[in-house]
Every structure is written in structure tokens, then in C-alpha cells.
Design a protein around this ligand. Structure first.
Ligand SMILES: NC(=O)c1ccc[n+]([C@@H]2O[C@H](COP(=O)([O-])OP(=O)(O)OC[C@H]3O[C@@H](n4cnc5c(N)ncnc54)[C@H](OP(=O)(O)O)[C@@H]3O)[C@@H](O)[C@H]2O)c1
Length: 370
């Protein structure tokens, strides 16, 4: 790894930002190139600093970000290595860039499929390429997965998707495998990423608002003992870095997930919320139907705080469908690489509660529908 050179995309985002904040603490930071969307390296640096402040990186480390490390482009506009000789030195590529919105974002398919494939073709031509880690999502399993999902079962044809985003990620995987069969490509699929073990939801409240909604209602639309496969972002970043730098890997596809043994049930999540809030209350959630939730819509402001009633109802339905899958993503491959299992969601949920105190559910929800 000493003469390795890393190209990281998505460093202004939640996962890529966590990876960048870890690399900044290391000697090899000077060998990192960053693909950032901005008109100039100076503006890209400003965007990076603003985003990395969420991770409490500190002034001293932020000063390590140099303009020479930045390539101002998107996935679709990245220069070839012939046009930008810095890219000819890249050995390791870490693609964390994507449109992750669960809403109807018109850029989702072009970015996640077409632009990602175009980017990968340019990466495939890098003369010193040793490993290309493409970050996908375990949710390419769609709306009807089995209780335990194994890496090789997906992507599959005929899968119905709850949102366009997961369909686009599945298609990107198919394209990359088909077109780029001869490159050292490793596809890594994190499960549901929520919060950070130390910083809670300070870096991002993505998806946590859905659990806040269930907790405010004390209701779930699935079995209370159904489990949900959640990992913290710092764990996901650490595991990705391990997979990036390992000399040999046994597989070319990995889940980064809690798996059956480290996933939390809604019962455990409800108890963790009760502990974090210090309230005495019936901790177990009640199982209800979506119709029951709909019947409460006139009380939403009282229960959830200010926000658009219709959006909240639609979001509750969608996230209820994801949370109620009662699926875990097998993590035996990851553990066999020597990576420790993640902390269960219920164990670090308190940090997410503490850091969500000053933000309403509706405000926290907005990030997932941009
Ligand atoms: N968060 C999760 O729960 C989760 C779970 C499983 C898998 N994943 C996967 O993890 C990866 C990162 O997700 P995230 O949660 O960190 O997303 P995020 O916070 O929305 O960040 C997305 C990043 O991608 C960049 N990006 C978007 N379109 C781009 C383009 N056309 N060219 C270059 N960069 C572009 C964004 O840059 P700008 O700042 O310029 O927009 C941003 O840096 C994604 O592949 C996602 O599918 C996430």
C-alpha cells in the first residue's frame, strides 16, 4: 500500500465523507485524490470543508486538504487518465458517489446507471489499477427478499423495487459486471446505514427519523420481533477501508451488514429509545396496520411535531415497507476477512437520540427525499 494512490468519489456525502475523515487522519492522505463537483478546486475545497465539519475533523486536519488533490468533475465528466495525468497514477478507486434519494429525483437513473458506467469505463483503463471498490446497496434485493440474503443471490432479474434508487443500483451492478469483467472490481453492499457510534445523527439524520416516527407512535406496521439490519456509518467506512487495503480478497462481492446476529429487533429498538429518553413508559411497540396510522393523520403535528401531513404519511408507508422486510444480510464473508462485527443499532441508538433533539422529524426526513 505504500506507493498506492486512492481516488475517492462522494467525499461531500455521508459515507464518502466518513471515509475521507478517516483518511485525513492517516499518513496516506497525501496520496488521495478526490473527485468533487465544483467550478474550481477552491470551491470544491470549501464544499469539502463544510461537509467534513459534520464529522468534527478539526481545523488542523482540514488544512491537509490541498487543491492539487482535487479533480473538479462529476462521474460523467471525469477526465481520462490521458487528459489528467494524476489519474494515471491511481491504484485504488473508491466510488461512494450516487444519488441516494428515495424520492422521484430525475437524476437518479442517469447518475447511478449511465454516469456510473461511464466513470467505471474510464477507471478500467487506468494503467496501475489494483482495486476498484464500487459501493452499492444491500437493498438491491427489492421488495420481497428471503429472510437471509446472500451476496450471490442478487442482482437478479424480475426483482420489484420499492424505490427507483435501489433499481438503479442493481442495474449499475449488472452493467459493471457485464462490461468490465477483466478489472479488479469489488462490489460492496452496505445494509441500512444510520448515524455514527460517537457523533450520532450529527453527520446525517438519514433514515433515523423513520424510527423516531415509530417511537413517537409506539407503533410498528410489522412484527415487534422483526429485525432490521442497520450499521453505523463509521463501521461501514472502517470496513470499506479494510476491503480497500487487504492484499487479497476471497470474494468480489461483500455485504457490510449486521447480519442475523447483530441486527436489532423493534422490541430492542423500542427499549433503547425508552432508555435514551429516560422516560418510564410501556416500552414495547404495538403492531398496527398502515390504515391505523392513516387514521391518526389529524394528530400528526401533535405526535411528530410540525411537518406536512401527506409527506409524513407517504414516508411512513415507504419506510414501514423497508423496515418491515424482516431481512438480514449475511455478513460471513466480511467477518472472514477479519473485520469485527458491528455494534447493534440498539446499542448506539442513544447517541442518535441525543443528537436529534434540536431537529424535527420533518427536517430530518428532508435529506432522504432531495
Ligand atoms: N446511506 C445509506 O443508508 C446507504 C446504505 C447502503 C448503501 N449506500 C450507498 O453508499 C453510497 C454513498 O451514499 P451516501 O449515503 O453517502 O450518499 P450521500 O450522502 O447522498 O452522498 C452522495 C455523494 O455522491 C456525490 N454525487 C452525486 N452525484 C454525483 C455525480 N454525478 N458525480 C459525482 N459525484 C456525485 C454527491 O456529491 P455532491 O455533494 O456534489 O452532490 C455526494 O458526495 C451510495 O452508493 C449509496 O448507494 C448508502
Amino acid at each position: 500500500m505504500n506507493d498506492s494512490r486512492i481516488l475517492l468519489t462522494g467525499a461531500t456525502g455521508f459515507l464518502g465523507g466518513t471515509v475521507a475523515s478517516k483518511l485525513l487522519r492517516e499518513e496516506r492522505w497525501k496520496n488521495v485524490l478526490l473527485l468533487v463537483r465544483a467550478p474550481s478546486p477552491g470551491e470544491a475545497r470549501e464544499r469539502l470543508i463544510k461537509s467534513l465539519n459534520r464529522f468534527e475533523v478539526g481545523e488542523k486536519l482540514l488544512k491537509k486538504i490541498s487543491l492539487e488533490q482535487i479533480i473538479c468533475a462529476g462521474l460523467d465528466t471525469m477526465p481520462t487518465h490521458a487528459a489528467d495525468p494524476r489519474l494515471a497514477t491511481v491504484t485504488h478507486v473508491f466510488n461512494c458517489a450516487a444519488i441516494t434519494s428515495f424520492g422521484q429525483n430525475p437524476n437518479t437513473w442517469p447518475t447511478n446507471v449511465e454516469h456510473t458506467t461511464a466513470f467505471a469505463r474510464k477507471v478500467a483503463a487506468f494503467p496501475r489499477l489494483v482495486r476498484f471498490i464500487h459501493v452499492s446497496t444491500a437493498m438491491i434485493c427489492g421488495a420481497n427478499p428471503p429472510r437471509v440474503v446472500f451476496e450471490d443471490s442478487y442482482p437478479a432479474v424480475g426483482v420489484s423495487h420499492l424505490v427507483g434508487y435501489t433499481g438503479s443500483k442493481a442495474k449499475a451492478e449488472m452493467n459493471l459486471r457485464k462490461e468490465l469483467a477483466d478489472i479488479p472490481l469489488v462490489i460492496v453492499r452496505p445494509s441500512i446505514i444510520i448515524g455514527h457510534t460517537r457523533l450520532g445523527c450529527k453527520p446525517s439524520g438519514s433514515i433515523f427519523w423513520g424510527f423516531r416516527m415509530a417511537d413517537a407512535l409506539r407503533m410498528v406496521t410489522c412484527d415487534v420481533d422483526a429485525v432490521v439490519d442497520v450499521i453505523p456509518v463509521d463501521y461501514a467506512a472502517e470496513a470499506l477501508l479494510h476491503l480497500l487495503q487487504a492484499d487479497e480478497l476471497a470474494h468480489t462481492t461483500y455485504h457490510i451488514s449486521a447480519g442475523r446476529d447483530y441486527s436489532s429487533s423493534f422490541r430492542e429498538i423500542g427499549h433503547a429509545f425508552a432508555r435514551a429518553s429516560g422516560e418510564t413508559r410501556p416500552a414495547d411497540y404495538r403492531r398496527v396496520s398502515y390504515k391505523d396510522v392513516t387514521a391518526l393523520q389529524n394528530q400528526f403535528t401533535e405526535i411528530f411535531g410540525p411537518g406536512n401531513k401527506r409527506s409524513m404519511l407517504a414516508a411512513a408507508r415507504l419506510y414501514g415497507a423497508f423496515a418491515g422486510l424482516n431481512t438480514t444480510f449475511d455478513n460471513q464473508r466480511l467477518l472472514a476477512e477479519g473485520i469485527a462485527p458491528p455494534p447493534p443499532f440498539a446499542d448506539y441508538l442513544g447517541a442518535c437520540v441525543q443528537t436529534s433533539k434540536d431537529i424535527t422529524i420533518a427536517q430530518q426526513m428532508a435529506v432522504d427525499f432531495e
